[in-house]
Write a protein that binds this ligand. Structure first.
Ligand SMILES: [Zn+2]
Length: 390
């Protein structure tokens, strides 16, 4: 009997204490400190480390941090990994960046055929406040427009369902709220088709400053930082591979590789670079094109003597590739935005925060394990000598 109890305790405590391969922290500042402390551990005999900070004006501690690791022998390729352009997605993004650093930079002599740069949390305000957007409600991953004229455009399809996407009353959640949202969604799907809705909502808009997927009316200040980084810090490389980390879209526990348009010259180039990745392009069914996303923006900066290939790494959570999953994802986006701008009952605000966080920052160990396994494979597929350790 006693032996049984002992064995029970042994097996169950092993499950209870199974360690997640990702180390999470609950606030932006803790993540920032963990990142800044970790990069300092790199062996200076192996790596030449250059750091930079891009503070938000008026809030010094809300800063994007850059760690640039250069091999002692000059390299032609640079791998950039950026996180947190959607603030709340930075919790997983930061943990993944620290995991890559621990596996590849701190693990002794390097066989890497690349230099590495980590851009830690492009939207620190959003991460601190648990939002996707920045302090002006701007979705920064719709703000990196190739052509600034597009800030003037109108998204007519979006405006047709504006009152559904952006309710202006205070939030009151109940069982019927979810049902009502589902009912309204089905009406819209029947009228416009899910594909039309998905594509018109997600592409971004400049019409509703308090609405979802607002791209802003002008470039956010972080864009000038990225431009400067590309022009000055990256100019010596013949090839740049830029991976931008996201969570929340797509199948739960699956890493999706997203790019905009399979048929464009850029799309063809990405297929060549990332052939082993099985990219989901925005012009395919169940996926969506964006206007102003960072990965496309940096790729378009390629020139005659420098190729830049940007790709979104999207770690799925709520099965939003399915109809029900995409309705539920949208519902969580809507209520978070409604709660932020129009308030609500104490319980409703708490509940919307909880659901939003769960969508972008899942805490289950098996989710983290799946994220790490697939990231490791993706990095190996780059053929840059990344570590294959387990
Ligand atoms: Zn995102």
């Amino acid at each position: 009997m006693r032996l049984c109890a002992f064995l029970f305790l042994l097996t169950h405590s092993a499950v209870a204490f199974a360690k997640s391969p990702l180390i999470y922290f609950d606030t932006f500042l803790e993540n920032r400190k963990a990142f800044v402390d970790l990069i300092q551990k790199a062996d200076p005999k192996i790596w030449n480390l250059k750091t930079a900070s891009w503070p938000l004006s008026g809030a010094q501690e809300l800063s994007t941090d850059v760690a640039f690791f250069k091999n002692r022998t000059p390299q032609k390729t640079l791998l950039v990994i950026s996180s947190g352009i959607h603030g709340i997605e930075g919790f997983v993004g930061s943990a993944l960046q620290r995991w890559v650093i621990a596996e590849n930079i701190l693990a002794g002599p390097s066989d890497l055929k690349t230099d590495l740069a980590f851009i830690h949390i492009l939207n620190p305000w959003g991460m601190q406040r648990g939002r996707r957007v920045d302090q002006k409600n701007v979705d920064l991953n719709r703000n990196f427009l190739i052509d600034a004229k597009n800030f003037q455009g109108t998204n007519a399809d979006y405006l047709k369902i504006d009152s559904f996407l952006n309710p202006t009353d205070s939030l009151s959640l109940s069982f019927f709220h979810r049902l009502g949202f589902l009912f309204d969604s089905v009406q819209f799907i029947l009228r416009y088709s899910l594909e039309t809705l998905r594509k018109s909502i997600l592409i971004g808009q400049s019409d509703q400053p308090l609405g979802l997927y607002f791209r802003g009316k002008e470039f956010a200040s972080v864009k000038a930082r990225v431009d400067d980084f590309l022009q000055n810090d990256c100019k010596t490389y013949a090839k740049i591979i830029w991976l931008d980390l996201h969570t929340g879209y797509g199948e739960n526990k699956r890493l999706h590789f997203l790019a905009n348009d399979a048929d464009s010259p850029l799309g063809q180039r990405l297929v060549k670079q990332f052939g082993a990745f099985n990219i989901n392009f925005g012009n395919q069914k169940n996926f969506y094109k964006t206007d102003g996303d960072l990965a496309t923006y940096v790729s378009e900066k390629s020139s005659g003597d420098q190729e830049i290939n940007g790709l979104v790494l999207e770690y799925g959570t709520l099965n939003s590739q399915s109809t029900l999953g995409s309705i539920e994802s949208l519902r969580r986006m809507v209520i978070e935005n409604q709660a932020f701008h129009h308030g609500g009952s104490f319980e409703s605000l708490n509940e919307s925060t909880r659901q939003f966080r769960q969508m972008f920052f899942p805490r289950e160990d098996d989710w983290a394990e799946a994220a790490v396994t697939q990231t490791r494979q993706a990095l190996l597929n780059l053929n840059l000598g990344m570590q294959a350790r387990h």
